[in-house]
Design a protein around this ligand. Structure first.
Ligand code: GLU
Length: 283
């Protein structure tokens, strides 16, 4: 089977050492297996993306020694594919329109549970039958999705492989999906399709076989797995790797410009130095 890896950054800031680790790990794997490394620009959220950050992604990755087939898939060019998937879920009766603002959700959630998609939605609009129109968000009705897939017993048989430490198989848990993820957002009123839906549609369209990304997305993979089941899409193999932390042990964020690849570049570091910094080669 062809081995196809992807690195899928969002151009909302400069790439930092954590991104370098992900991209290099995926790249090395593709090289070792004679596979393909793809770059995808996840620029769905037009409220946060900036063209200079996209250009910086190309520059920094080239500098690191990576290359990829062009043109790259940019999510902003791919809206019809996401709409198609959304319509399909809608036609199965699994979605609903939601007009709640964040503050309405907060007020209705005295003891909020935070899952991979933020605060678990308390279901305010679930039975309102709001039309899926432009000024509403669209949510997945998780309980109906589980029913559609044959009920909790069937959903609990769905799994994905994480090859970070060996080859562990992780099973979904219907109760956990309901309690910790709930009715996730599939499309937002301001940006159109949300991350989870776009990512599974793109991974399938690009025939990705292996997804290398940080441990911080491990819980999100459960959402991706159920969306793959609902949309009858294949499930790639995942590698949720360790995170690169700052000196205080915190995960790097895009605002950590102090760890930006381009900062090290301008200070005279070499790509080899970056590999050392992220622990891919011994110092
Ligand atoms: N675009 C996401 C990010 O920059 C990564 C998505 C993924 O690897 O699935 O955090």
């Amino acid at each position: 089977m062809a081995h196809i890896e992807r690195f899928a950054p969002s151009p909302t800031g400069y790439l930092h050492l954590g991104h370098a680790f992900s991209a290099l790990t995926a790249w090395d794997m593709a090289q070792d297996t004679g596979g393909t490394f793809l770059l995808r620009i996840e620029d769905n959220d037009h409220t946060r993306v900036r063209p200079e950050f996209e250009q910086a992604i190309y520059d920094d990755l080239h500098w690191l020694g990576l290359s990829w087939p062009t043109p790259v898939l940019r999510q902003s060019d791919n809206a019809p594919a996401y709409q198609h998937a959304l319509k399909h879920l809608d036609s199965l009766g699994l979605t609903y329109g939601c007009e709640c603002t964040r503050s309405v959700i907060r007020e209705a959630s005295p003891n909020p549970v935070y899952g991979p998609d933020g605060m678990v939605y308390p279901g305010i609009c679930r039975n309102k039958n709001l039309p899926n129109v432009e000024n509403t968000a669209i949510r997945l009705n998780m309980a109906k999705a589980i029913q559609y897939l044959g009920g909790a017993d069937q959903v609990n048989l769905l799994s994905f492989i994480d090859i970070n430490n060996g080859s562990d198989e992780h099973f979904l848990n219907a109760d956990q999906l309901l309690d910790n993820c709930g009715d996730i957002v599939l499309a937002r009123r301001d940006i159109g399709t949300a991350y989870h839906l776009a990512v599974v549609v793109d991974d399938a369209a690009q025939k990705i076989t292996h997804i290398t990304r940080g441990k911080d997305l491990f819980e999100a993979t459960k959402i991706h797995r159920i969306l793959q089941a609902l949309l009858a899409l294949p499930t790639p193999i995942y590698r949720h790797h360790r995170l690169i932390l700052d000196d205080n042990g915190k995960r790097l964020a895009k605002r950590d410009d102090s760890r930006a690849i381009r900062k090290y570049r301008t200070e005279g570091a070499t790509p080899q130095d970056i590999r050392e910094m992220v622990g891919l080669i011994d110092r």
